[in-house]
Design a protein. Structure first.
Length: 702
């Protein structure tokens, strides 16, 4: 009977595992829907996963519809979320093939995208999958991988839940001490997040493990601790888990043969509202436990009917664990009542179903019962001994395997982390070398640019000095012209004008004389007039020669400036002007300031415009001079741009010449500077001075 109680406790552990796994799946589903709102694909997956009213075919059609939408144009980041929900949906449909397919896709995608959360979920689902088929070591391995990843991302609640799952797998493999140790680790994590439900599960598991270790007082103490967490739950959860707690407490007393103490707890567990309709497996389990406890305490009321009812429910639910338990209890009943044939029949059925569900402990109990029911058959006792020895060896091996899984997984994770650190170190060194190389290139480029700018500055200074010398030479030439004009003026005034006045006076005196002397004097006067005529002709030739000489110093200076600028930069400059205009006749102030304006504009283009081509246009518009400088550079926002020193200098020079200027620019559309100046020449200035001098002469004569 003690073995019967142990089997019933194992059934509870299976239910607790299913509870934890379902809680995990529901959490994932709700999280995904909350994250994506009205995502149609997730809604289809959720309905195909949970809506049992649709039937298996209807649920599959919804999942196929979701898959078709996923395979169209879904990015990998969303596929990751969908596969995370899709694989457990097929697990709920008991389609192991499609579950493994999409679980593997989820795992590969999570690794490629470096998503530790979804990789943990993939291992979590695999752990639940292997637990369903009682492959304890594989289930433990994947739960452990998932728990390690959850710890890494700081999700202590999920890590603690996974550790509880690991402890349950250890308990099912009869590694009770290891299960207890793992459960304590789970409690440490779950207490940090106040996870009441799973803390209840931890202490429930500790109570069950202590019962299996025959430490019954400690087992009841753990169940009392679990009841404290039960009191912290909401009413719905409290009603749900109260049955499990009462069932477990009853099992502790059953294990000790204290049937009278066990019955009240089992009766209370059976009184949960709608238990038979909503949770038929749990109802059948509790009914089975209560009925056999009453029978063994001497109450034979409806024993056979209740045991057969429990067996029928477990058969409908396809619950091999429950079928094995019901057959074992029926074998116990028939063995005690003396129907050895039926006892053997149900004991053999119990062994078959226990083997199908990998419940070796139940096999041992049923073999022992067979030995009592058919003592004449030594084969049952021999098989019992052999199975017991084999289980002892397997238990030792599985404990070692659990330890090896943890050790080897930790080593693999450690090696992976070391490899990742090495890769990061290599990447960091490579990045550092690249940055160092870029820094060196930038420094060298900057130095070259600075040297180029210095050279350009020196060139500009040299050009400015040459231009100043040219202007000084021009000024000296003007002084020479003025000196020559003064000399010619003196020659005309003192020589020609004096001679003509003398001749005029002689001719006036000879007007009334007709003698030979007067005739001779008239002849001499005519000779004098011829000499004056020759002198005037000579002066006239000199003046005409100077007048028709053309000087192009200003245009040459501009061309020199443009050539030097192109040589010192990557600019291509086109200079357009009307050769028929006497540009060198511009006033000195106009030429000097215009030269500086062009020079400043070119410097601004080199510094800021990032241009490759510049057009410089000179145009005369009647009494105006128009200068246009345009580039194909990056341009700028004229409204937002700050006015630098260069623009201020240009504005000052234009205002000095009584002109106007304008800047037009757009981002990416280049820049155009237009300058409009009065067309003022040196001759106009000279004429003005001559007019003023003439007026002064008339005043003196008057």
């Amino acid at each position: 009977m003690h073995n019967l109680t142990s089997k019933l406790s194992t059934i509870f552990l299976l239910l607790l595992l299913a509870l934890v796994s379902c809680g995990k799946s529901d959490r994932k589903s709700e999280l995904a829907v909350n994250e994506h709102g009205n995502d149609s694909i997730l809604i289809w997956i959720k309905e195909g996963r949970n809506n049992t009213e649709l039937g298996e075919e209807g649920r599959r059609k919804l999942l196929e519809k979701a898959l078709k939408a996923i395979n169209e144009t879904t990015p990998d980041s969303l596929k990751l979320k969908y596969y995370s929900q899709l694989s457990p949906a097929y697990l709920n449909l008991n389609d192991s093939g499609l579950f493994r397919l999409y679980n593997k896709r989820l795992e590969r995608l999570a690794i490629n995208l470096k998503n530790d959360l979804e990789l943990a979920n993939a291992h979590w689902d695999l752990g639940a999958f292997f637990a369903r088929y009682a492959i304890r070591d594989s289930s433990f391995y994947h739960y452990y991988r998932a728990e390690t990843l959850m710890k890494k991302i700081g999700d202590n609640k999920s890590a603690g839940t996974l550790m509880l799952n690991m402890a349950i797998q250890q308990s099912k493999a009869r590694a009770y001490v290891e299960s207890e140790q793992t459960t304590y680790k789970a409690i440490e994590l779950l207490e940090s997040v106040k996870d009441t439900i799973h803390l209840f599960g931890c202490y429930n598991n500790l109570g069950t493990v202590s019962k299996e270790l025959k430490d019954f007082d400690r087992s009841l103490g753990f169940f009392n601790k679990a009841e404290e967490y039960l009191g912290m739950m909401g009413e719905l959860d409290k009603l749900r888990y109260q049955r499990s707690l009462n069932n477990n407490r009853g099992n502790v007393y059953k294990e000790q043969g204290m049937w009278a103490e066990a019955i009240p707890y089992l009766e209370a567990a059976l009184q949960v509202t709608n238990l038979e309709q909503e949770r038929p497996r749990a109802y059948a389990q509790t009914l089975n436990n209560l009925t056999i406890s009453r029978f063994l305490s001497g109450d034979t009321t409806r024993v056979l009917q209740n045991l057969e009812k429990a067996l029928k429910i477990h058969t409908i639910e396809n619950d091999n664990q429950g079928i094995s338990a019901s057959n074992y209890n029926l074998a116990t009943y028939y063995n005690i009542t003396g129907d050895k044939k039926k006892a053997v029949f149900h004991a053999i059925n119990a062994i078959e179903k226990a083997e199908a569900s990998s419940n070796y402990k139940r096999q041992l109990e049923a073999l022992k019962l067979l030995g009592w029911a058919a003592p004449e058959n030594d084969l049952y006792f021999d098989e019992y001994v052999m199975l017991s020895e084999r289980l002892q060896n397997e238990e030792r091996q599985i404990r070692e395997k659990f330890a090896r899984i943890e050790r080897e997984t930790d080593e693999a994770i450690s090696k992976a982390e070391e490899l990742a650190q090495e890769q990061q170190l290599i990447l960091g060194i490579s990045l550092g070398l690249v940055l160092l190389g870029l820094a060196a290139i930038i420094i060298i480029t900057q130095r070259v640019r600075v040297q180029r700018l210095r050279f350009q500055q020196q060139q500009q200074e040299s050009n400015q000095e040459i231009f100043n010398l040219m202007l000084a030479q021009k000024q000296k030439m003007e002084e020479g012209k003025n000196s020559e004009k003064k000399r010619i003026s003196e020659e005309l005034h003192d020589g020609v004008l004096g001679a003509m006045n003398g001749i005029r006076m002689v001719l006036l005196g000879l007007n009334k004389k007709n003698d030979d002397s007067a005739v001779n004097m008239r002849g001499e006067a005519l000779e004098k007039l011829k000499e004056v005529q020759e002198e005037i002709r000579s002066i006239s030739h000199e003046l005409n020669h100077a007048s028709y000489r053309k000087f192009h110093n200003f245009i040459n200076s501009i061309n020199d400036l443009l050539k030097e600028t192109m040589a010192a930069s990557d600019l291509e400059i086109a200079f357009n002007y009307n050769e028929d205009v006497e540009w060198d006749s511009l006033s000195g102030d106009t030429k000097i300031n215009l030269y500086r304006i062009i020079q400043e504009s070119l410097q601004n283009i080199i510094k800021h415009a990032n241009a490759s081509k510049v057009d410089l246009d000179f145009e005369r518009l009647e009494d105006l001079l128009k200068i246009r400088i345009s580039d194909n550079g990056k341009g700028f926002d004229v409204r937002k741009a700050k006015k630098g020193i260069g623009q201020k200098n240009i504005r000052s020079r234009v205002q000095k010449l009584n002109g106007t200027w304008n800047v037009e620019s757009t981002r990416g559309g280049g820049t155009t500077i237009s300058v409009l100046l009065p067309y003022q020449t040196d001759q106009q200035e000279t004429s003005l001075l001559v007019n003023e001098a003439g007026q002064l002469e008339e005043v003196k004569k008057d």
